[in-house]
Ligand binder design. Structure first.
Ligand code: ATP
Length: 949
């Protein structure tokens, strides 16, 4: 094997570089040395061989006692042999770095190596020497004020423990934007002197987790970090105070180990696996850093060790690593790994800089005053606490007030937006209705009919007058597209009223006809029967279709009831139409019957002829009714009026009857047939009268014939017109039903498409709105949080997403409606499962959360978990923290930040990746049916899908 190329010392030497306008930045490589300990007693007892040679102070070679492979050479900043003292190791491998902390540069020294290779032994020597040197340095710098403080922790089984205060339990790591990773609540003891410092370090040693393994009687089972923070300040002649602050980290890592060598089991095995895992992360970090800092993601966060040491690994610190090793042949593989790690480490470059604070005199004075004030307050804790409390309460009150104001403003904005939206909808509806070609267009046009007299009030509506398009549009907009239920019910009432009037008129017309037929035996008996039957049917129909007068108006439920009732009446109107058709047929028959019998009638007595003036005489009252009817079309009324005038006897100038017997009927006085018959023969008795009568009878016959025909024609025309109006009525009802249903639907779905098309909302705003609505509906419908996550992450506002957003919104609206309607529907299960109950839906979601909670450990690193627990306020040491975390996800649909963060976490837990094969937008396409490949479907029916992951 070819040896690792040596790193020339020139390359390792530190170089200073400067950041313009900023503090000096020292860019340098990590100082890497190797210390070889003597063979241990155990190794000697086993007659283990020394497998390594160290030719000079920098090179170490694998001796390869069996000459199986080529020699392997490793070169480092320094190689310390078996007999090298700790003093020398410190002097040449750590001192320079350690003392940097005195001048404001962070420093880290750590020992790395296999278990029992001498790390603790080495770090002890380094620490003692460093402490000695630091205090000597302080003694030699009387012009500077130094403040030293010490904190210490161990990472045992990925748990951070304070070595100066074990009782505090597991400590959390927090991210500080300025300081980087900090350990919450870590005790920091101010150091009085060197002895005190060593005493504290001894305490830490004593507190540390140590256990016996096959390789080491006192094996360190944790990583230990002792942090000595050194603050020094110098009062300059100008009055300015220059302060330095830096930390010296003394790190004794737990050793990498093989279970087979340490004979570990149980607790030791668990410790060993944690140790190895975190060392593996450290190795990965070093390896990645050695490839250049910008060589991709550095997984500092994969372990607490690397997280805490982040600034020392390629950051703002000077770092020295002492790799310890056993020379024994039995450990050669482990040692080789250590040397490979060391080789990578020496390629890592740090950017250390002086952490300096310069404060002017005034500021210092101000700070001193502030400190004095605080100290005074602390001396009298009660007023201090009460003032703190007071200020806290005041602050809280202010916040509440501010929030209330914001809420008011938001409410106002919401109401304003709502009313604008309503207006837009109305105007859009009207526009849409008028612009569209097709049935609805025709129907809307029919509604100009509404512009006639208001049958309910009997008054002429002001909106009926304009006959231009604009006026009609305005009218339609106001009456039909109104979302106001009372307006719509009012419209329905008007239609009802019209229907009743039409029925009345048809009834009256038929009554007239019936009477004529019955009293004069016009037409066949069959026709008479038909008309009588129709008359009674129409009466029945009117009774059935009568509308209850007292209906509470203005309520949505009543509106729906109205619509349902109208829908039911559709058939009634149809039957009315049918009946009117029948009437027309009957009239036609009547006409033909009348025509055929005309000649016969001419030979009948005059008393009967007189009775051919139904509308002019005996039925005048009925006729007047028809003419006066508010719904009677002007045309037919006019015709009837004309007919009435024409039928008046005085028109016949040639015939001058003596007395007024014949004129009586024209005055509207009913004439009984027997009275009439008594009267007429007295005139017919004279010859002159007979001659005159014979002429006049023919004339009369013609006249009566014309009158009768005209009457029947009038009725026919009137029936035709009634039919037309019934058709209009039908259209209007249909339109109303459609409009109301559409409005109802739009109100429920808050359909975005009905917003004014002339000024469409920008897509990104629409997208945001829809996304918020969707998030809310997901929440309301207890939709699977994996589904939510996938949808949320897949659709991020691309214009092509519009259709998916629309579909999702419609689906959810539908679900929510049905949820409300069924009362206990289970949207979360609505996929290929029948709807269950609400509780089943909630249960499904609960199961999903439990399932995801189980994945927290496997899908998130311990560090990631800790960060999340902190962020999501899961108390340390609590039970089922994973479930607590998952239960907090997707619970606040109003907060889009919460939604986003929830989605990110769930995505990690299910291994969802936007570009992956599981993430196809098509799976959210237009139907509920699962795609055949269940693996790609992560939709509504979640648990089964998860099991397929
Ligand atoms: N350079 C050395 N000279 C003499 N003895 C040493 C040297 N290094 C280590 N030893 C001894 O070897 C044994 C193991 O050393 P130490 O406990 O420091 O190893 P370690 O690497 O810290 O082990 P672990 O990782 O298991 O904690 C100790 O008894 C120690 O005194």
């Amino acid at each position: 094997m070819v040896g690792t190329p040596a790193t020339p010392l020139s390359k390792i030497r530190r170089t200073l570089s400067y950041t313009p306008g900023g503090p000096k930045v020292r860019e340098e490589k990590i100082l890497v040395t190797v210390r070889i300990r003597p063979l241990s007693r155990r190794e000697q007892a086993m007659y283990d061989l020394i497998a390594w040679d160290w030719m000079d102070d920098h090179t170490i070679i694998y001796k390869n006692p069996n000459h199986e492979r080529a020699a392997t050479t490793f070169t480092f900043d320094k190689v310390f042999g078996l007999s090298c003292s700790s003093q020398k190791v410190y002097e040449e491998g750590a001192k320079d770095v350690a003392l940097s902390a005195l001048t404001g540069i962070n420093a880290t020294i750590f020992a790395y190596g296999q278990t029992s290779s001498g790390k603790t032994y080495t770090m002890k020597g380094i620490t003692e020497n460093a402490v000695k040197d630091i205090f000597e340095h302080i003694r030699n710098r009387p012009e500077r004020d130094f403040v030293l403080s010490l904190s210490a922790l161990e990472i045992y089984n990925e748990t951070v423990v304070d070595l100066l205060n074990r009782e505090s339990g597991s400590l959390r790591l927090l991210d500080d934007p300025e300081k980087g990773t900090i350990v919450e609540k870590l005790v920091e003891e101010v150091v009085k002197d060197g002895r005190h410092l060593l005493h504290l370090i001894d305490i830490c040693e004593a507190q540390r987790q140590v256990g016996e393994t096959a390789l080491n009687d006192k094996s360190s089972r944790s990583h230990q970090i002792i942090r000595l923070t050194i603050k020094s300040s110098l009062r300059e002649s100008s009055g300015r105070v220059k302060s330095f602050i830096a930390s010296l980290n003394l790190v004794d890592l737990a050793g990498s180990e093989r279970a087979s060598q340490t004979n570990a089991d149980g607790v030791r095995l668990k410790e060993g696996s944690h140790i190895n895992r975190s060392l593996l992360t450290l190795t990965t970090v070093i390896r990645k850093l050695s490839g250049g800092k910008r060589s991709g993601h550095i997984p500092y966060r994969d372990s607490k060790l690397t997280r805490i040491l982040q600034s020392s690994l390629g950051g703002n610190a000077r770092t020295a690593i002492i790799c310890t090793m056993s020379p024994a042949l039995s450990h050669v593989e482990q040692t080789r790994n250590t040397l490979l790690f060391a080789t990578s480490a020496k390629e890592v470059t740090n950017n250390a800089q002086v952490n300096m604070v310069v404060a002017d005199k005034t500021l210092v004075k101000h700070l001193q005053k502030e400190v004095a004030r605080l100290e005074a307050e602390l001396r009298s804790p009660e007023p201090f606490l009460s003032s703190c409390l007071r200020s806290l309460i005041e602050e809280k009150d202010l916040k509440i007030e501010q929030m209330e104001r914001e809420m008011e403003e938001l409410k106002r904005q919401r109401d304003l937006a709502q009313s604008q939206l309503d207006l837009e909808r109305k105007s859009h509806k009207a526009q849409k209705g008028l612009n569209q070609c097709g049935p609805s267009c025709q129907v809307v046009k029919c509604l100009s009919f509404l512009g006639e007299n208001d049958p309910v009030s009997g008054k002429s509506l002001p909106i009926t007058k304009p006959r231009n398009a604009f006026g009609r549009q305005a009218m339609v907009r106001q009456s039909v597209t109104s979302t106001d239920p009372s307006m719509l019910v009012h419209e329905i009432r008007k239609l009802e009223q019209r229907q009743r009037q039409l029925g009345d008129e048809a009834n009256r017309a038929l009554e007239v006809l019936h009477k004529e037929v019955a009293s004069h035996r016009i037409g066949s008996g069959e026709t008479t029967e038909t008309i009588a039957r129709l008359l009674s049917e129409i009466k029945d129909m009117q009774a059935v279709s009568s509308v209850p007068e007292e209906i509470v108006i203005g309520d949505k439920t009543n509106l729906m009831e109205e619509i349902n009732r109208l829908k039911c009446q559709g058939s009634t109107i149809e039957s009315l139409e049918k009946k009117l058709e029948n009437v027309q047929e009957s009239i036609d028959k009547l006409v033909s019957s009348f025509a055929s019998r005309n000649e016969t009638l001419e030979c009948k007595t005059q008393s009967k002829k007189k009775k051919f003036l139904p509308f002019a005489g005996s039925n005048n009252a009925n006729m007047q009714n028809i003419i006066r009817s508010p719904c009677s079309p002007l045309s037919s009324s006019r015709k009837i009026m004309e007919c009435e005038t024409e039928n008046k006897v005085p028109e016949n100038k040639g015939f001058v009857p003596s007395g007024d017997s014949f004129l009586m009927p024209c005055n509207g006085t009913p004439i009984k047939s027997d009275e009439h018959s008594n009267c007429v023969p007295s005139r017919e008795g004279t010859p002159a009268a007979q001659q005159s009568n014979s002429v006049n009878v023919k004339k009369m016959q013609r006249m009566f014939k014309n009158a009768a025909e005209e009457n029947i024609r009038s009725i026919r025309a009137y029936v035709t017109e009634l039919k037309e109006r019934v058709a209009k009525l039908q259209y209007q009802k249909q339109l109303l039903v459609c409009q109301v249903l559409e409005l109802e639907n739009a109100a429920e779905t808050d359909e975005p498409s009905i917003i004014d098309q002339t000024s469409p909302k920008p897509w990104h705003l629409k997208f945001e709105d829809e996304r918020k609505q969707i998030a809310m509906l997901w929440h309301l419908c207890h939709v699977s949080i994996v589904h939510r996550t996938q949808f949320y992450l897949l659709f991020r506002g691309d214009p092509a997403d519009e259709i998916y957003m629309e579909v999702e919104l419609r689906r959810l609206t539908w679900l929510e409606q049905h949820f409300a309607e069924l009362g206990n529907a289970s949207p979360a299960l609505l996929g290929d499962e029948p709807a269950g109950s609400v509780s089943a839906s909630i249960k499904a979601l609960k199961q999903e959360r439990e399932y995801l909670a189980k994945r927290v450990s496997s899908k998130l690193t311990a560090d990631e978990r800790e960060v999340l627990y902190t962020k999501w306020e899961i108390p340390p040491g609590g039970k089922q923290r994973r479930l607590q975390l998952v239960n907090k996800l997707w619970t606040d649909p109003h907060n889009m930040k919460h939604v986003h963060e929830s989605a990110e976490i769930v995505a990690k837990l299910v291994g969802f990746c936007e570009s992956g094969e599981h993430a196809s937008k098509e799976m959210f396409a237009l139907n509920f049916v699962c795609p055949s490949d269940k693996k790609t479907w992560m939709g509504w029916n979640l648990i089964s899908n998860l099991l397929n992951l």
